[in-house]
Design a protein around this ligand. Structure first.
Ligand code: SAH
Length: 397
């Protein structure tokens, strides 16, 4: 059955960004919508001169259309299979598929894989799928079917986890989390030879912060003999790399006691009985205020301080305040790994915030590495907003 695709007409001149393949249509660019598309329905976008420009998922909200294609190809089973195959081949090219030491990676990164609104993370034999748009939610069963076809028997379970990521305004029936395929409770995955439990049922994001893989591996190289503070540790990712890197002691801190439990479990999984590690459930600012100057390797990986542009100024102040505390306390010759995962904070904004903090401490600070997200979180060159993770590795005299 062929459904008629409804049309969205843009105001004059508003097609420019789409002509440069930017994948979003903002609601303010729309002159009129023909028919009454449902939220999540596939629509065609036309310029004011009635020329076709793009096809994508419609949604009520500031981003009104998320582009799936710049041609009028049908969005059907073959479409999903083609897109997911490209995504899989990219990860294969990176050496992530079939690597005996790493079975955790991001298979689909939204706009970065020309699939706006869709995230898929792979943990060993389980794929965790997350929809950030009404359209991906409506198409979830088709996406899951294509995922089965593309990944074959390497994936036994597909878990759908969108309860907290879907737009609350959309009138969507049933957004419950649950298995779309399989149902195995087996939840131990591996990254660079280190094991960890993934709480895809209740954990943050899809259960693990896959995006810090390369940065954790870099930290391992700096850890030898150091006294490490892993602030905002969540499941303890940076901590178990520091342990393997030969740190003298590792302290993990997170305000969530659940995160602290997960961290302890993961340390026990890799380093049973190792007394170098301790974890504390405490607020970051309180801990940084009361701690002494014992650390010479500090990781600051806070949650996004700014989720929206309006919160930008406060967020930048937050980054400055946080980093200032680390500069104040870190031992001479110390290494600071500092991050921001707020999409609205640019690389330069973040660097300025850290610069201000460094200047306040009056210490000599050098940038050793400038970090970002790994290749399985690719940035679509036409959608620079997709570059969200920023990090600096600093040497503090
Ligand atoms: N570094 C982690 C990811 C960090 S996510 C990794 O590699 O996996 C951010 C973490 O910050 C969350 O676990 C959250 O519980 C914690 N958090 C949020 N606010 C906090 C605060 N004020 N003090 C301490 N931890 C906080």
């Amino acid at each position: 059955m062929l459904k008629t695709v409804r049309s969205v007409f843009l105001k004059p001149g508003k097609e420019e960004s789409l002509k440069r393949f930017h994948p979003w249509v903002f609601s303010g660019a729309i002159a009129r919508v023909e028919g009454e598309p449902e939220e999540g329905e596939v629509v065609d976008v036309y310029a004011s001169d009635k020329k076709f420009i793009a096809r994508g998922h419609y949604q009520v909200g500031s981003i009104a259309v998320r582009v799936l294609s710049f041609t009028q190809e049908p969005v059907d089973h073959d479409f999903w299979v083609r897109r997911l195959t490209v995504a899989r081949e990219l990860r294969r090219a990176m050496g992530l598929i079939g690597d005996p030491r790493t079975n955790t990676y991001r298979l689909v990164h939204g706009e970065g894989d020309n699939l706006p609104g869709l995230i898929v993370d792979v943990y060993d034999r389980t794929a965790v799928m997350q929809a950030h748009s009404a359209g991906m939610h409506l198409d979830r069963m088709e996406v899951a079917a294509a995922l089965e076809e593309v990944m074959g028997d390497t994936i036994e379970n597909i878990y759908y986890k969108s309860e907290t990521t879907l737009p609350f305004k959309a009138d969507l029936v049933s957004t419950e989390n649950g298995f779309l395929k399989g149902g195995s409770p087996e939840n131990i995955a591996m990254e660079n030879g280190l094991k960890f439990h993934v709480d895809w049922l209740k954990g943050q994001k899809t259960g693990f912060f896959v995006d810090q893989r390369d940065n954790r591996a870099l930290l391992e190289r700096y850890a030898h003999g150091r006294h490490v503070l892993n602030m905002f540790c969540y499941t303890g990712g940076f901590s178990f790399y520091a342990m393997r890197g030969g740190a003298a002691l590792v302290h993990s801190v997170d305000s969530s006691s659940k995160a602290i439990d997960l961290t302890n479990q993961n340390i026990a999984l890799n380093f049973p009985g190792d007394t170098r590690h301790q974890a504390f459930a405490e607020d970051a600012f309180k801990y940084l205020d009361r701690m002494g100057g014992q650390y010479d390797l500090i990781v600051l990986d806070p949650p996004a301080f700014a989720k929206h542009r309006d919160a930008l100024r406060n967020a930048l102040r937050g980054y400055t305040k946080l980093n200032a505390k680390a500069f104040e306390k870190i031992r001479p010759g110390g290494i600071l790994f500092t991050f921001s995962c707020s999409q609205v904070v640019t690389k330069q904004d973040f660097r300025n915030a850290v610069f201000t903090a460094a200047a306040q401490s009056r210490r000599s600070v050098r940038i050793l590495h400038q970090l970002t997200q790994p290749g399985d979180h690719p940035v679509n060159i036409y959608h620079p907003e997709g570059e969200y993770l920023k990090g600096l590795v600093l040497y503090v005299e």
